[in-house]
Each structure stands twice: as C-alpha cells, then as structure tokens.
Design a protein around this ligand. Structure first.
Ligand SMILES: *Cc1c(COP(=O)(O)O)cnc(C)c1O
Length: 379
C-alpha cells in the first residue's frame, strides 16, 4: 500500500472549531454574518492589539479588492506590486482595470526591494502617473523590510496595502504583521496557518475603514426599509459557519506558529552540514517569521543536484514539495505589465523549493521526509 500523501500545508483542526460550528447550527445562524463572525473579528482584534479593527470577509482576494477600492483605485490607474508572490496579490488590480507595476525582490527577505521600489515610483511619476498604492507581501511569513518600505511610502505619499495572507503570527521588531499597512490583508484559505476553509480579513487602524468594507461586502445597502443603493456593492461577507471554524482556530494560533517554526528548525538541522543548500531564515533578530512554509535554496553546482531533483524524488514518495512562487512579471497573463528590477526573484524561482510545513506533521511524517532528504544530504 502506498503511504498517505504528505501535503505542503493542510488544514489542522483542533477540537474547538466544532463547538462554534454546532452553535451556528443550533441557533440557525446559517448565514453570512452572525455571532461567530463578530466573535472571530473580536478574537483577531484582541490578537493584533493596538486598536486594530478587523472586518472578516469571504477571502483574502476579496479583501485586496476592497482595499484597492477604498484607496480609490480606478480604471487606468497604476498600482505597484511585489512580483514574487501568489497571483492573488495582483489579480484585484486587474479586476479594477488598473495596471500592475511589478517590482523585484531583495535577497534577504525575498520581498519587495526598496531600491527598485523607489526607482519604479520615480519613473512612473516622470511618465506622468503616480502609483495609487504599493502592495507589499510578507512572503512565506517573512516580514518585508518594513521600515525602509514605510519610509518610501511616506516620502511619496503612496499608501501600503500589506499582504499578510501568509504572515499571521509573524512580527517585525515585535510588532505583529497585519498592523503595518494603510490596509492589511489576512487569508484563512485551507492552506494558510489557520483556516476557515475559505476566508479573509481586512485590518485597519481606522474603524471607518472596517465599517465601509463591511458595507461594500454586503451589497452596499443604504439605510432604508426597502433595498436602496447609491454605490456598487459586492457579496464578500464571511459565512457564520466558516467564522465558527476561525474562532476555534484562533485558540490554537500561537501553538501552530510554534509548530511551524519547529518544522523550520527540523529542516535546518537536516541541511546544516550540506553545502549548497540554505534554509530560508530571518536575516536578523528584528524579524520573526511564522515560517508558514519552510523553503530551501539549492545551488546545484555546489550541492550536486537541483531543487527539481528533490521535488521529483519527494513526489515519488508521495510527499508534496513545490517551487517558490513564479514571479508575476514572468506569468503569461501579466506579460505586458511594466517591471522594475533585476533577476533576484527569477533566480529564487529557479533554485528554490517549498517543503512540507504543516503544524500537523507528526513524527511518522517527519521521519518519512527525513528518509528521502537523507539521500541528498548524504550524497
Ligand atoms: C493566499 C494568498 C492570498 C489570497 O488569499 P485567499 O484567501 O486565498 O483569497 C493573497 N496573497 C497571498 C500572498 C496569499 O498567499
């Protein structure tokens, strides 16, 4: 019999979710919004602290879409976006008929490069169009260079949309990711550090933003006994059932961050003696990553094999690994979008690999992973 598949990152339920979901059934709150949504938002607000306001919505992608709308992004506007990220970071720019301007990464955090960001802003302004927003991502849970990016955002007065979809539980200088941007985005998709099966949240320092997002997400109904609309609305609310799962997950979030970080430690120990392989790690003590996914870079010339060879052998053993995000400026769908940078993200894509990182990987799974990786570390 074939061994059970080991996934990169699969949902990890505690037993608390069921209690909140049952409550939704028992009280017949089978609807978008409801007590679980309010409870989930409150749990996130407590977790993030510092007067942050949270609107729980149907997906991280929906949150990015609404954040762009709240910043007034319209057709033919330009929005800067980190190139090395999941397509969902940039797709909502296209929903609005605006143009993404992609920027390369720097090699320390793999996130948006401050130098190329400034170059892009200056060049776009010189062409007569000031970008409306900067979408910066904490990739794989690693905080981007928060201070440098914020400085540029302030200098040119272009707000940051902080894509923290992968970074709930991460910190920069002890401040939690999801609290840095003009708007911050969380995701609770099935593969993220905590899940609601599908869901997201908009985080803002301003209560009005939360209220406006919730208004737009619930079809933009004006106050009236009949259905009255003065704006285009969306159906982006979170289900009360999904939010019940989220409430349960919030109770184990800190534990899951620790377990993901232990997976990173596990790989660091496996590879520490192998030349040519580096495990992605925080550049210094200012950074604290939730290590949503543990990633390695393989210098094939030094190691004697490529990241692809590891991926294939792991797949043969029913263990899922995946190359890093393919930079969006290389994606066919974005081929006409302007790009600023060199080849940092391209190179990362070429030699990088994401390894199984779930908080639910037990000793048996780890030992299967280790057995396959031993072929490589001992070659
Ligand atoms: C998952 C993810 C999103 C989108 O979130 P969904 O909830 O799946 O819509 C956006 N950005 C990044 C970087 C992600 O990893």
């Amino acid at each position: 019999m074939k061994d059970k598949k080991i996934y990169l990152s699969s949902p990890h339920l505690s037993c608390k979710e069921q209690i909140y979901v049952n409550e939704a059934f028992e009280t017949n709150w089978i609807a978008p919004m409801g007590p679980n949504v309010i409870g989930f938002e409150a749990a996130l607000e407590t977790y993030l602290g510092n007067g942050n306001h949270v609107a729980a919505l149907s997906s991280g992608t929906a949150v990015l879409h609404l954040a762009l709308i709240l910043l007034g992004v319209k057709k033919d506007d330009e929005v800067i976006c980190q190139s090395m990220t999941f397509a969902a970071s940039a797709n909502p720019i296209a929903y609005l008929g605006a143009t993404p301007i992609f920027v390369d990464s720097e090699p320390e955090t793999w996130n948006i490069c401050p130098n190329h960001l400034e170059e892009a802003i200056k060049h776009r302004i010189s062409k007569g169009k000031k970008p409306k927003a900067i979408i910066a991502v904490h990739l794989y849970g690693m905080p981007f260079k928060v201070e440098e990016i914020k400085k540029i955002s302030e200098k040119y007065e272009i707000p940051i949309i902080e894509d923290s979809a992968e970074a709930l539980g991460s910190r920069y200088k002890n401040q939690k990711c999801g609290t840095f941007g003009a708007f911050s985005v969380l995701s609770f998709n099935g593969n993220k550090i905590i899940t609601t099966s599908g869901g997201g949240a908009l985080v803002s320092r301003n209560l009005k933003h939360k209220e406006k997002a919730e208004f737009l997400a619930a079809q933009a109904r004006d106050v009236a006994p009949h259905y009255q609309h003065s704006e285009i609305g969306y159906n982006y609310a979170l289900s009360n059932i999904s939010a019940g799962i989220g409430r349960g997950q919030m109770e184990v979030l800190d534990k899951y961050v620790e377990l993901r970080r232990k997976m990173n430690q596990f790989y660091t120990e496996i590879f520490h003696k192998k030349e040519g392989i580096t495990v992605f790690a925080e550049p210094n003590a200012d950074y604290f990553s939730n290590h949503w996914l543990s990633c390695i870079l393989v210098d094939a010339k030094v190691a004697g094999f490529s990241s692809e060879e590891i991926r294939v052998e792991m797949a043969q053993n029913n263990i899922e690994c995946r190359p890093l995000w393919k930079p969006l400026h290389l994606q066919p769908v974005f081929k006409n979008a302007p790009y600023y940078g060199e080849t940092v993200s391209e190179k990362l894509f070429e030699i990088g690999l994401c390894l199984p990182s779930g908080s639910n990987l037990d000793d048996a799974a780890k030992s299967r992973i280790e057995d396959v990786l031993k072929h490589f570390t001992q070659s």
